[in-house]
Design a protein around this ligand. Sequence first.
Ligand SMILES: Nc1ncnc2c1ncn2[C@@H]1O[C@H](COP(=O)(O)OP(=O)(O)OP(=O)(O)O)[C@@H](O)[C@H]1O
Ligand SMILES: [Mg+2]
Length: 355
Amino acid sequence: MPDRETVLAALDAVLDPRTGQGLVAAGLIQGLVVADDRAGFALEVAASDAALYAPVRDAAEAALKALPGMARVAVVLTAETLKVSAPRRASLSPQAVDQGRPKAPVATARPAHVRRVLAVASGKGGVGKSTVAVNLAAAFAARGLSVGVLDADVYGPSIPTMLGVSGAPDYIDNQITPHVAHGLKTMSVGLLTRATDAMIWRGPMASQALTQMLTQTRWGTEDAPLDILVVDLPPGTGDVQLTLVQKTPLDGAVIVSTPQEVALADARRAHTLFQKVQTPTLGLIENMTGPVFGRGGAEAEAGRLDIPYLGDLPLDAALREGGDAGVPVVVSDPDGDIAARFAEFAEALAKKLDL
Ligand SMILES: Nc1ncnc2c1ncn2[C@@H]1O[C@H](COP(=O)(O)OP(=O)(O)OP(=O)(O)O)[C@@H](O)[C@H]1O
Ligand SMILES: [Mg+2]
C-alpha cells in the first residue's frame, strides 16, 4: 500500500502552473487523506484560476492512480472565492457592505409565470452544487413538474456542459427563448459570454445579468406556467452572492456540502447568508460521501443549525461522467440508486414548496 510520503512525493512531481513549484511545495494540497489503497484531497485555487487548474487536477489524479497498490483516488478542485473579493469592494452597494443588518427591502423582480424559485448554493466551490442542481431538476421533472434550470454561477457556468446545450439562445421581442434539454428549460450566464471564461464579476454586474436571465427568459406562459426554477448560484458567501440573493425572489435554498469539517464551516456561512435575506434553507445535502471523505458531517451540522437534512450522495464516477457527457444520471439511469436518492430529495422539497 502506498504510504503518505509516497503520495506526497508523487503529488510534488506535478507542477503548479502559477509558481512552477510542485503542488505540495506550492501549498495547494488541502485535507490529504491516505488510507490503505485510497487517497483523496482538495486542490484549493482562486476562483479565477478554476479553468487553469482543471488539467492539473486530472494530472494529480493520474499520478496517484499510477502508484502501485492505489485503488481509488478522489481529487476535488475547490475554488476559494473569497480571495478575489478585494477588487469588488469599490463598487458595492451600501446594502451589500452592511452585511450585519437584515435585508433592506430591495426591489426584486419575480419572473413571470414561474411558481417557485429554488436556489442551490454552497459555501465553497467544487462540492457538487451544479451536479445536484441538474439532477434535482431532472428529479422534479420526473415527478411531472415543469422545470427550469438557471445557471447563475458567474465564476464557472457549467450547466450548459452538464445539460449538453450550447450556442446563444434566441432573443426575440426582448425575450430569451430558453434551450430545452432532457425536458428542462435552461439558461446560463455562460451562454451570454464565452462559456470557458473563468470570469470575475462584480456584484452589481452579476446581479444585473441574473435579473435579466430571470425576468426576460420565457420560462413559462400564462397557460403553462413553470412549476419550479432551480437556480445554480455561484459558490461562496461573499459580496457577489449576497447581492444576488438580495435581488432574487427565492422561495427556498438547498445547500450542498462535502462531509469534511472545513466544507461544513462554509455551509454554515451559506445558511447565515440566506438567513440575512429571510430565505428558508429547505435542506442540506451531503455530497461525495464515502470512504475517502467520510460521512455524516453534514447531517450533524444540519442538526446543529436546525435545518432539514435531505440525505447524502456517494462519491460515484457515474455522477461525474454524466456531468461531462451532458446527461444527468437521473436521466440516463432513472431506476438506479442515485436517481432514487434525488427522487427522495425532490419529494421532500416539493412538499416544503407546496408543489
Ligand atoms: N458525488 C459525486 N461523485 C463523483 N463526482 C462528483 C460528485 N459530485 C460532483 N462530482 C464531480 O465533481 C466536480 C465538481 O462538481 P460540480 O461542478 O457539480 O461542483 P460545483 O460545486 O458546482 O463546482 P463549482 O464551484 O466549480 O461550480 C465535477 O467534475 C463533478 O462531476
Ligand atoms: Mg458549479
